[in-house]
Design a protein. Structure first.
Length: 369
């Protein structure tokens, strides 16, 4: 079966589907086209492609076109889904002499191309793993096509023990073509019918979410807690078709990205109420020196953690939830204390929250979902 090339798919979208081209996208499509052509040849693995730029520039759209055109075995995953698989396989490979090498060999035997969306590193555990994993995947001949909001040298920029991640940056820059996709226009904001999925609730005002829940609910409704992973999740209401809960119950409890994957597996729509203003002034964090003596602590100085704001743990969970809903096309209905643009205006997570803000804006369009 012959696969249409990235360039052919791009031209078709421009001609038939009303998409608007720009110079940065054309440059990216040309690189993807050359990679596509090289994969059709029985030669060594071509360089991968690293598409980066601000939100709304079409990075995911172009990567998905490339994946649809790939003439060899390939896998497409959101980056945090890929890391979930990596952690799971490393656990299963416990006792293996070199589990990362074994994992990379397994990938190389199954696929030639790995496409993942939204490469963002905010966790020291992931940073340490990726420091070597990228290198061994390239050694196995795996071609990586990835999207990110940051250039490689800015990944995990303020992260703790960032030197452990530098080998991954070096591998990306040596084995992937870095393409800046900032064409100046946010293509997500092209005209479209608006469907309100975000409300600001003034103190003492009635909530919009009861009516939304009734409109979306199918089957019997309940306010019984939901078991998510191994933890109970308090809910306002739930049915087979929609979940309604409070921000504090979902994002300020010990849930994780895996739990949000389960939510999107179970519910076609999710409502979140009582969302507070999320950003606030940052505070310093330190790692205690444990059993070291006082003189050593004074000489070495306490190691610094990132300067976090009071709600940043909850904000990280909120970002992961929005990412999962967006990637799975699960509409997210939100009622908050402040306007969308005021949700997170100050704090350590300001940069990754820009992507979240853009995705929440796109969820207000009729075509989403």
């Amino acid at each position: 079966m012959e696969h249409p090339s990235p360039f052919a798919l791009y031209q078709r979208a421009i001609a038939r589907e009303g998409f608007v081209s720009d110079a940065a996208q054309l440059c990216a499509v040309e690189r993807l086209q050359r990679c596509h052509e090289a994969l059709q040849q029985e030669t060594e693995a071509p360089a991968g492609i690293y598409l980066w730029g601000p939100v709304g520039r079409g990075k995911t759209w172009l990567m998905d076109m490339f994946h649809a055109s790939v003439p060899v075995p390939a896998r497409r995953q959101h980056f945090h889904h890929f890391m979930r698989w990596v952690h799971m396989r490393l656990f299963q490979l416990s006792g293996t002499a070199d589990p990362l090498q074994a994992l990379a060999r397994e990938l190389g035997e199954d696929i030639r191309v790995l496409c993942f969306d939204e490469l963002f590193v905010g966790d020291i555990g992931d940073a340490i793993i990726l420091g070597r994993l990228f290198r061994v995947m390239f050694e196995q001949g795996v071609v990586i096509v990835a999207t990110s909001n940051q250039p490689p040298d800015q990944l995990y920029a303020d992260g703790f023990n960032r030197e452990r991640f530098l080998p991954a940056i070096d591998a990306i820059e040596r084995h992937m073509q870095v393409v800046n996709l900032d064409g100046g226009a946010d293509h997500r904001l092209r005209p479209g019918a608006v469907l309100q999925r975000y409300w600001v609730r003034a103190p003492g005002a009635s909530s919009a979410l009861p009516g939304v829940f009734e409109a979306l609910a199918e089957g019997a409704a309940s306010s019984e807690p939901l078991t998510l992973g191994r933890r109970p999740l308090s809910v306002v209401r739930r049915s087979d078709s929609v979940l309604w809960c409070r921000f504090a119950d979902l994002c300020e409890q010990a849930f994780c990205a895996l739990d949000f994957i389960e939510l999107c597996d179970r519910f076609p729509a999710i409502l979140i109420g009582d969302v507070p203003k999320l950003g606030s002034a940052q505070k310093d964090g330190r790692i205690a020196r444990g059993t070291e003596d006082a003189a050593a602590r004074v000489a070495a100085g306490d190691r610094q953690l990132p300067r976090l704001a009071a709600r940043d743990d909850g904000v990280r969970r909120f970002i992961a939830l929005v990412d999962e809903c967006y990637d799975r096309r699960v509409p997210l209905y939100i009622e908050a204390q402040v306007a969308l643009d005021e949700l997170y205006t100050e704090g350590y997570l300001s940069f990754p929250f820009r992507r979240t803000l853009s995705r929440l804006r796109e969820m207000q369009l009729q075509r989403f979902g």
